[in-house]
Design a protein around this ligand. Structure first.
Ligand code: PHE
Ligand code: FE
Length: 290
């Protein structure tokens, strides 16, 4: 799920672009069971919580049928819908490799599946987070363009030493984004939809702030990698998100170099407030108290 895609050396057996064969035939029955358990939990929970684009994508890709999905099968439909494909990687890949794939409409997905005793929390994104969480949104034409643009922007930011701020944009949109709809707030972030507890927390809990998305504001806000978010940012539409990021970021990066970070739990006078959180979850000690 991470926006920081680790930096180690090429694992044995991986191609120079870090991809590997998915090796679908080698998944065990127990591994397929883990996928099915997670799938069924989330599929039951997400109607009325996930945005329509996600639910539609989930349906279109028919991710359930065979347990852990075979990327070759997903890719037929995904390629047809938006020109994206999923490629298998051993785990986190270096930033440059990650962005290069996105810029070419390839989504690198972890090949491995979590263990049955880590259904709810894991350090490294596995195939369930990467495929169930990320791939349905890639069937949406606007989001598909956003992800490609992010990859291109990532390559540029890397060259300019600005990844720090850009990573926050990924975090608060691709991983933990919320969408405003006439029916209420809906989830589009992969880190939320792939987690049962955060799918509830992000929408229902009184603790976090839920604030209107503002590009510069988001890029000045640090994030939590070890626990539920203290703030979620709400976009009015996926098109508005894409439009907000179309301009060249060079001027923005220059401003950000002089700007300070905004405390993670702050609500500013200029924020559009959907929910002012009471931060009780954090004040009680968060995950470590649970
Ligand atoms: N417009 C950004 C730039 O000039 C690229 C980008 C697009 C970044 C979409 C993130 C998301 O760098
Ligand atoms: Fe992710």
């Amino acid at each position: 799920m991470s926006a920081d895609h680790a930096n180690t050396s090429l694992p044995p057996g991986a191609r120079p672009d870090w991809t590997i064969d998915q090796g679908w035939d080698r998944y065990t029955a127990a591994e397929h069971e883990v996928w099915i358990t997670l799938y069924e939990r989330q599929a039951a929970l997400l109607p009325g919580r996930a945005c329509d684009a996600f639910l539609k994508g989930l349906d279109a890709l028919d991710l359930h049928r065979t347990g852990i999905p075979d990327f070759a099968r997903i890719n037929e439909e995904l390629r047809r819908l938006t020109g994206w494909t999923v490629v298998a990687v051993p785990g986190l890949v270096p930033d440059e490799v990650f962005f290069e794939h996105l810029a070419n409409r390839r989504f690198p997905a972890g090949q491995f599946v979590r263990k049955p005793d880590e259904l709810d929390y894991l350090q490294e994104p596995d195939i369930f987070h990467d495929v169930f969480g990320h791939v349905p949104m890639l069937t949406d034409p606007v989001f598909a363009d956003y992800m490609q643009a992010y990859g291109e922007g990532g390559l540029r930011a890397l060259g300019r030493g600005q990844l720090h701020n850009l990573a926050r944009l990924y975090w608060y949109t691709v991983e933990f984004g919320l969408l405003e709809t006439p029916q209420g707030l809906r989830i589009y972030g992969a880190g939320i939809v792939s987690s049962r507890s955060e799918s509830i927390f992000a929408l229902d809990d009184p603790s976090p702030n839920r604030l209107g998305f503002d590009l510069e504001r988001v890029m000045r806000t640090p994030y939590r990698i070890d626990d539920f978010q203290q703030v979620y940012f709400v976009v009015p539409s996926l098109q508005a998100l894409l439009d907000a990021t179309l301009a060249d970021f060079d001027a923005l990066y220059r401003r950000l170099q002089a700007a300070s970070d905004i405390p993670i739990d702050a609500v500013l006078a200029e924020d559009k407030v959907f929910t002012r959180g009471d931060q009780t979850y954090v004040l009680r000690g968060g995950r470590s108290a649970a």
